[in-house]
Design a protein around this ligand. Structure first.
Ligand code: ACM
Length: 693
């Protein structure tokens, strides 16, 4: 009993300690903390800034939770001003913030910096905790004042492009929900909202030029994308009973753009072409190679009408969206349709194009040229590199970093969004997470990513504009689920986007993220409960010891260049793979037996050889049919030590992990491990480690 009372007595202290540490996401580049705090009590602010921006910023500050009143006095508690003394701010988004006995000063060379300085102030401000006795227990009581620790902050972003992407085609999200996320983007100093407005599953942008697009495809008879995808991919009229979906009117879009602008966020629209256009072809079948809708997703590039359509759509998009960049998609087109189309073939002949990749490149160039003539820049997914990159294109690198590297090396700008930025992957033990796209992406993986590939020179690295979190919505039918996938991983990507590597620190970030989750919940968001994070597979959490570690390994069948793990040492590095085969610890073998030999260096007694495998039907990965282990003393003559057959049902869904091998007594210097293909054409085998004991 005494111990319990002691805990109650310590609880306020613990709360105080939690509240008093400075927690700003993203971490400022330079932060010094002083002793003491400034109390904002019936506090005022002054703002030295001209023009309409001044009204907007003043409005934003006046309506913030700090409840500051505008004052003309030079002695306001919070003094916000453009610094004209020539102080060397790194960029328009840079700012300084000082809090001391005289109050708080935020300065910058541009209004954007003042806005970010104020975001930092919002995160620094804490309501002091006073305690109230209820019976024999002390409870914290909230009052209207705020306290700001004495600090000296000089801050500036690492990257210009700090993006968040939202897919509203697979599932529709309301303007209210979008604005709710924009507010968090501003809090985390993100500045590009990549709005994926069109895709196979619905065109969401109401256009004057083609009202049929939303009239025909904004609604469907089934609510969940996966059901829609598996049940014929049909659309329906808005008034059909049970119709699900929606679209944004031009007025709603303009309102969102303006809302974002006030938060210093540019809305970058994505209009998918020439693939992912099932919904366009359902509306305008004449733009398909076959002239029929509901067959494929690729616009016919041989047809001049396609260009008329695209240019008219983009003209209206440019009229609505002031963004310098327009995203034209460009990913995952099934080019085989163009190979079979007489109009596409005729175009290729006329234009001297040697293959369908060049045909797509021809299309992209024409679109880029059209946008450039209207003063806009084109950005596209990294497939736009294939067949030749348009001269001024910016590449969004999603299939790993290769696209970004190629772009930067050829003088093009790039934005990095490899799979560690794909928040549609599960963030914890995938078996217990909502159904998702298939991978495992814990917050630490997001945090540790550096968007500047080591392979680039300093000069080339200047082309890396930034980094972006992507959230595809195939498996995300609700607002709460969407937020669960964004937060708190978005905080990790925001810190990577803003904070220079030398100021990053995962342990500190994690403590901040734990606090941020509680804050998000109090604001009505639905973040992942980071404090209950299970973490990676237990097997992957600690290195293992065995006889083959670091020994030379030869491959009879080469590993797939798509999944090489972390190189030739992967299978003998003592590291088991985690929940995802994309974590650099698994090696993938496509449509092949897997056959390797390890040289132990000298003849040894061995008693056990095993390797581990994954089965993931949705990713086309199976267990091997059978494994065979051989031993040899001279590397010439091998004896079969044993074999083991697969015992996992090849139809079973979900994650399966199994070890297969041999146990016995033998002497060998060379150990050969063979895993026979599972018999599924195009199927994969993935393994992480060959353990020899
Ligand atoms: C993409 O994830 N298909 C760009």
């Amino acid at each position: 009993m005494k111990r319990i009372l002691a805990l109650f007595a310590l609880w306020p202290l613990w709360l105080w300690a939690q509240e008093s540490s400075i927690q700003i996401i993203p971490q400022p580049q330079h932060l010094e903390q002083g002793n003491g705090r400034y109390t904002l009590h019936n506090a005022t602010f002054s703002l030295r800034l001209d023009g309409s921006e001044a009204h907007e910023l003043a409005d934003y500050i006046s309506t913030s939770p700090l409840q500051l009143k505008r004052s003309r006095s030079e002695k306001a508690d919070v003094r916000i001003f453009l610094d004209e003394t020539g102080k060397n701010f790194e960029s328009d988004e840079a700012y300084s913030l000082k809090a001391d006995t005289t109050g708080i000063e935020i300065s910058a060379r541009h209004e954007a910096g003042l806005f970010y300085g104020f975001q930092t102030l919002l995160q620094l401000s804490r309501q002091p905790i006073t305690l109230e006795r209820v019976g024999c227990v002390l409870f914290p009581k909230e009052e209207g004042d705020f306290e700001v620790p004495y600090v000296n902050i000089d801050d500036a972003p690492r990257f210009k492009w700090r993006g968040m992407h939202m897919d509203v085609s697979r599932h529709f999200f309301s303007p209210r929900q979008i604005k709710k996320q924009l507010r968090m983007m501003a809090r985390y100093k993100l500045n590009r909202f990549h709005w994926h407005l069109t895709d196979d599953s619905g065109w969401r942008l109401e256009l004057k030029s083609y009202p049929q697009l939303t009239q025909t495809t904004a609604y469907r008879p089934v609510a969940h994308y996966m059901d829609w995808s598996e049940q014929g991919r049909r659309f329906c009229n808005k008034d059909t009973k049970g119709a699900s979906g929606g679209c944004y009117t031009r007025a709603e879009v303009r309102d969102i753009i303006d809302y974002a602008r006030r938060l210093h966020i540019t809305v970058v629209p994505e209009i998918e072409m020439p693939g992912h256009s099932w919904e366009v072809l359902a509306t305008f079948p004449e733009l398909a190679c076959s002239g029929k809708g509901y067959e494929n997703s690729e616009l016919c590039i041989g047809n001049d009408k396609t260009f008329t359509f695209v240019e008219k759509v983009l003209s209206e998009v440019m009229e609505i969206f002031p963004s310098e960049y327009i995203h034209i998609g460009g990913d995952e087109a099934d080019r085989s349709h163009w190979a079979k189309c007489s109009k596409c073939q005729a175009r290729m002949q006329r234009e001297g194009l040697s293959d369908v990749r060049e045909l797509q490149s021809y299309f992209t160039r024409r679109v880029e040229d059209f946008l450039a003539r209207h003063g806009r820049k084109m950005v596209g997914w990294d497939e736009i590199i294939e067949g030749g990159l348009s001269p001024r294109a910016t590449v969004m690198s999603w299939r790993g970093e290769e696209g970004g590297i190629t772009a930067a090396r050829t003088g093009h700008d790039a934005i990095m969004t490899p799979w560690v930025c794909y928040l549609d992957n599960a963030q914890d033990f995938p078996i217990y997470e909502p159904r998702g796209i298939g991978g495992y992406l814990p917050i630490r993986r997001c945090y540790d990513y550096d968007p500047v590939p080591a392979a680039l020179t300093e000069q080339e690295a200047r082309h890396i504009l930034g980094v972006q979190a992507n959230l595809w919505a195939e498996f995300i039918p609700t607002e709460a689920h969407q937020e669960y996938m964004y937060y708190p991983r978005l905080c990790a990507i925001a810190e990577t986007a803003w904070t220079k590597p030398q100021a990053k620190n995962y342990e500190r970030f994690r403590a901040k993220a734990l606090g941020e989750v509680e804050w998000l919940k109090r604001q009505g968001y639905y973040p992942f409960e980071l404090k209950y994070e299970y973490g990676d597979r237990v097997e992957a959490q600690h290195p293992i010891a065995h006889k083959a570690i670091g020994r030379p390994i030869t491959y009879v069948t080469p590993v797939s260049p798509k999944y090489p793990g972390s190189g030739d040492n992967t299978l003998v590095d003592g590291l088991r793979g985690g929940f995802t085969y994309q974590d650099g610890r698994w090696q993938g073998f496509e449509s092949k037996d897997f056959d390797v030999t390890i040289d132990l260096g000298s003849v040894e007694d061995i008693s056990h050889v095993e390797a581990e495998f994954i089965q993931r039907l949705d990713q086309w990965i199976w267990m091997p049919r059978e494994v065979i282990v051989y031993g040899s003393e001279d590397g010439q003559n091998f004896t079969e030590l044993g074999r083991q057959q697969n015992d996992v049902d090849p139809q079973i869904p979900g994650f399966q992990f199994r070890h297969y091998g041999w146990t016995g007594q033998a002497r060998a210097r060379y150990v050969r491990y063979v895993a026979l293909q599972n018999g599924h054409p195009g199927g994969w085998i993935f393994t992480d480690e060959i353990v020899v004991q």
